[in-house]
Design a protein around this ligand. Structure first.
Ligand code: PLP
Length: 375
């Protein structure tokens, strides 16, 4: 059998390895000059907006909420289908996550349903650019502005995504990126907050380091008892090597996704995701299986693909159906599209080192597996 094909794989070259070794030998291995360099490099890609690195996007999202003063008694609107971290951070700051259904094909929050989810307690909207397909931000910002709400983007999938000519993160309110190993570029673990007024950026810096405000070399003050979320220089060194490759990685992802569409377009069993345009960064390729029609089981499909040497992911179950969210009063049936995606979605392999032959192999294996597990 050919080698196992995972659904995601980072591209780390010899330059990244050499630069990590250099940091390890430098005597300064935690947050330092490499983090500052990476913040500047990202800022240059994002219209010069302020960028502050974090040790992961989960921390970035939580700190963004805290920097906006969101806490107990507040509500934050978000899609019912995303990685669970999007909602967990809202709970962690003591606020209530208010879910809105997603579109079945774009997988993004249904903007038609956002307005009716707003209450006097709503403080922010957290859109997720699912799989790297941008949410219609102009429409969302207009709504947020009209209702005086903050917009905290969960852009964990969307580094390198663009709306027209504008990169996600280069405009708007606060925007959080992830550089986890599976994302389009990586620092192994890592995240960033982009944007904020000078006061908010200062708050973000304090919140990522124990709440410490350095007054002078011999005096610090702590106004908020905060946690710790700074990124080590070892990780930043990897990001500095990854960033110049971002456009080329995304171009490769787009070509591979196009090839998947060419192959699967006439395959009636799968429902393909929205194709978007050139601004899509193709973090994931995740069609839906006909699970609801009871013609097959997803588990059987995943196992059948595994037996053919192909890794399949699930991104993601609907958040409101997890026990922690049922405990907040959420029930099955509230967000039908999110629930259907949660049951039917499968993520097929997509990463820059793949070849068109790999896509063909996934296509053939998918047809085979579907035939095998079909009831
Ligand atoms: C990966 C991811 C996160 C969390 O990112 P980390 O860097 O792993 O903390 C948050 N939201 C979404 C949608 C993600 O995919």
């Amino acid at each position: 059998m050919p080698p196992f094909l995972p659904f995601a794989r980072p591209v780390l070259d010899e330059r990244a390895i050499a630069d990590v070794v250099q940091v390890l030998r430098s005597g300064w291995i935690t947050s330092g000059p490499k983090v500052l360099e990476l913040e500047s490099a990202l800022s240059r890609e994002l219209a010069g907006r302020p960028v502050r690195m974090m040790n992961h996007a989960t921390a970035a999202l939580q700190i963004a909420l805290e920097a906006c003063g969101i806490g107990p008694g507040d509500e934050v609107i978000l899609p019912a289908m995303s990685f669970v971290a999007s909602a967990n951070v809202i709970v962690r700051v003591g606020a209530r996550p208010v879910f809105v259904d997603v579109d079945l094909d774009t997988r993004n929050i249904d903007l038609d349903q956002v307005e009716s989810a707003i209450t006097p307690r709503t403080r922010a909207i957290m859109p997720v650019h699912f799989a790297g397909l941008p949410v219609e931000m102009d429409r969302l910002h207009a709504l947020a502005q009209r209702r005086q709400l903050r917009v905290i983007e969960d852009a964990a999938h969307a580094i390198g995504s663009r709306l027209g000519s504008r990169p996600i993160g280069s405009f708007g309110d606060l925007c959080c990126f992830s550089f986890h190993a599976n994302k389009n570029i990586t620092t192994i673990e890592g995240g960033a907050i982009v944007g904020g007024s000078p006061e908010e950026v200062a708050a973000i810096e304090r919140l990522r380091f124990h709440g410490i405000l350095k007054r002078s070399p011999d005096e610090i003050e702590v106004q908020t008892a905060s946690g710790k979320a700074n990124l080590p220089d070892v990780n930043a060194a990897i990001g500095l090597v990854q960033l110049p490759h971002l456009a080329e990685f995304i171009e490769k992802r787009r070509h591979l996704a196009d090839h998947y569409f060419d192959r699967f377009e006439r395959q009636p069993l799968l429902r393909l995701p929205a194709r978007g345009d050139e601004g899509h960064s193709w973090h994931l390729f995740a069609p839906l299986l006909p699970v609801r029609a009871h013609t097959l089981s997803r588990l059987a499909f995943i196992n059948a693909m595994g037996a053919r040497g192909i890794g399949v992911g699930v991104h993601y179950p609907a958040i409101h159906l997890f026990a922690a969210y049922r405990a907040l009063g959420y029930r099955k049936g509230q967000f039908p599209n999110a629930e259907r995606i949660g049951e039917e979605t499968v993520t097929l392999p997509l990463f820059p080192q793949m070849s068109f032959e790999d896509v063909d192999r996934v296509y053939e294996a998918t047809l085979d597996a579907l035939a095998e597990v079909h009831a």
